[in-house]
Design a protein. Structure first.
Length: 290
């Protein structure tokens, strides 16, 4: 059960969500009118499509998970936050679909990047609400926020830049939902369940890398340094975990270890800097023993 304080904050997320509701169809049309449509090269359109097709299907996963949480959680304030999130994710899904259609690209789910598909399925198929909250709110959402911010700051397509501002505003509430409510869920779990959760998280965390590697060419096409995406996502995910730990009044138990392995895993797999495998292996080993 959430404490009175976190309960008020969770219900507050619902009310904030209601105050900040936006009409996706209307807003997208305003963006198009303001910027005179989408005027970008075919190469940039392909790169944006590669990245945002993952976001599109990630939005659907977030919609399904938040809807499941709205029925599975016991706490009514948390249920309000989950319901509000489900409403936001439905909007994100249809607006992103409309935007990708405007790019002139088809985005069927069966063509989804297979690494992203595996990562999202891992969270959708999770067998406990703690895993759904941790996986979606504290891994997927911070990763999505990272991509939004980096692409928005490059201002490759002003229509997308304006859209992403609205997405980011909503997604920040969804991360807050996880950091506020996961501590209450953890309190009711046994040591064995928590251990199972940390192992599940570690394995899930490692699955993100193949998505980032598979997007390296698209990032480079857009003038984005692939390493900066990893570093920024790492920072946001660690921050979300630390916020959760703060809410529990503890230090997050595995943060340092997870981050060391994470850095090593990144070094090992990245090909964007054209280092030999041996050099990447040495860098990875240095990260683990640092
Ligand atoms: Fe979303
Ligand atoms: Fe979200």
């Amino acid at each position: 059960m959430a404490t009175k304080n976190s309960g008020d904050k969770l219900a507050g997320l619902y009310h904030k969500g209601q105050d900040k509701i936006w009409d996706g169809k209307k807003y997208l049309k305003e963006c198009i009118d303001r910027h005179g449509g989408i005027n970008i090269s075919e190469e940039n359109a392909d790169a944006l499509h590669n990245i945002f097709m993952i976001i599109l299907w990630g939005e659907l996963a977030a919609w399904k998970i938040s809807s499941a949480l709205a029925t599975e959680l016991d706490d009514n304030s948390a249920r309000m936050a989950a319901t509000s999130q489900a409403h936001d994710e439905a909007r994100h899904f249809y607006v992103m679909k409309d935007y990708l259609d405007l790019l002139g690209k088809e985005s069927p789910q069966e063509d989804l990047n297979r690494h992203a598909d595996r990562f999202l399925s891992y969270i959708l198929d999770a067998n406990h609400i703690s895993k759904k909250l941790l996986g979606m709110q504290l891994m997927v959402e911070p990763l999505a926020l990272t991509l939004f911010k980096i692409v928005r700051e490059k201002n490759i397509d002003p229509v997308l830049t304006d859209l992403l501002l609205m997405f980011e505003r909503d997604e920040a509430r969804h991360v807050a939902f996880g950091t506020l409510h996961l501590p209450a869920v953890l309190k009711d779990m046994s040591i064995a369940q928590r251990t199972d959760l940390w192992i599940w998280q570690f394995l899930g965390y490692m699955k993100q890398f193949k998505i980032l590697y598979s997007l390296e060419d698209s990032f480079e096409q857009l003038g984005i340094e692939p390493r900066s995406v990893y570093e920024s996502a790492r920072k946001k995910q660690l921050h979300a975990l630390n916020m959760m730990a703060e809410e529990m009044g503890i230090k997050y138990p595995l943060a340092e270890t997870v981050m060391k392995f994470s850095d090593a895993r990144y070094e090992l797999g990245t090909s964007s800097e054209k280092r030999s495998y041996l050099k990447r292996l040495i860098r990875a080993t240095e990260k683990v023993i640092a």
